[in-house]
Design a protein around this ligand. Structure first.
Ligand SMILES: [Fe+2]
Ligand SMILES: [Fe+2]
Length: 275
């Protein structure tokens, strides 16, 4: 896949860098947490409904593709110091997510060391590839993916509460949800800068990515993906309706983009032909 690193006008790059510094300073001040000390590991619940652990395992596996996520996105953003530095910090935060989820699966007794080693091996046998071929498409994709991940973790925490309760898992999912929301906001604010700079180019990518969004790592990469998706459905974590209500529409509102603008020109032509 041919990928192009952006070369931004200096004022846009300066604004991106300011966004990153504000993001980083806020993260250092308010959002840092420690796996070893900040989660009540002695309050794991081995009797929690097993489907919750199945979904935790799926999310842990998705987070384990981190080496591919980082390695493939960095060349695409290397001309933007703001975006490149963001990804360095992002990688640190995401690395904690799979560690924390994996620790919970072991400490709660829902999985064994052998099982986890086998699962990791299967994950690393496959390779994740960029779902979009250009930096703007990836910015849109990341903005949506982070928000979708936020919704999933927030909902999983709520389900864990009612399906037996697990203070350790609930606390860690809360940390993860807060991190994902912060990632979403950075990508969204970054995209706003590009929107002011070249609105048609951004709208084109919003259409391509958002009108046809899937959680690809779950669908394409993981073993037994139908079973994993069924568990996510059973817990009613995420579906097309919640995507539309909680992600699609709020993002358009935040960006100041209308649903009219999101209609594809091809579809408009088709409907003209029919009438
Ligand atoms: Fe994450
Ligand atoms: Fe994230």
């Amino acid at each position: 896949m041919e990928v192009q690193a952006p070369t931004l006008p200096p004022e846009l790059e300066r604004a991106t860098w300011t966004l990153y510094r504000d993001f980083f300073d806020l993260a250092e001040k308010k959002r840092r947490w420690r796996i070893a000390d900040d989660i009540p590991w002695d309050q794991c619940n081995p009797a929690l409904k097993p489907v919750v652990a199945d979904v935790v395992e799926t999310f842990c596996a998705v987070e384990l593709y981190l080496p591919d996520y980082s390695a493939k996105i960095l060349p695409l953003v290397r001309n933007s110091k703001g975006r490149a530095w963001f990804y360095a910090n992002w990688g640190y935060e995401e690395s904690k997510h799979s560690l924390a989820l994996g620790d919970w699966l072991l400490k709660s007794g829902h999985r064994t060391e052998e099982y986890m080693a086998d699962m990791e091996k299967k994950v690393f046998e496959r390779e994740w590839n960029l779902p979009q071929d250009n930096h703007l498409g990836m910015l849109v994709y990341a903005m949506v993916q982070e928000e979708a991940t936020f919704v999933n973790y927030r909902n999983l925490r709520e389900r864990a509460k009612v399906l037996g309760g697990d203070p350790a898992l609930e606390k860690l999912l809360n940390y993860l949800a807060v991190d994902e929301k912060a990632h979403h906001r950075f990508f969204r604010d970054c995209l706003k800068l590009y929107l002011d700079h070249d609105r048609p180019a951004v709208i084109e990518q919003l259409r391509r990515v958002m009108n046809d969004f899937q959680m690809p790592a779950i669908h394409d990469l993981l073993d037994e993906s139908p079973k994993r998706v069924a568990a996510i459905r059973e817990l009613e974590l995420f579906d097309a309706d919640s995507y539309f209500r909680e992600i699609y529409l709020p993002i358009l509102t935040d960006l100041g983009v209308s649903r009219q603008e999101m209609r594809s020109p091809i579809r408009e032509k088709k409907s003209l032909r029919i009438s």
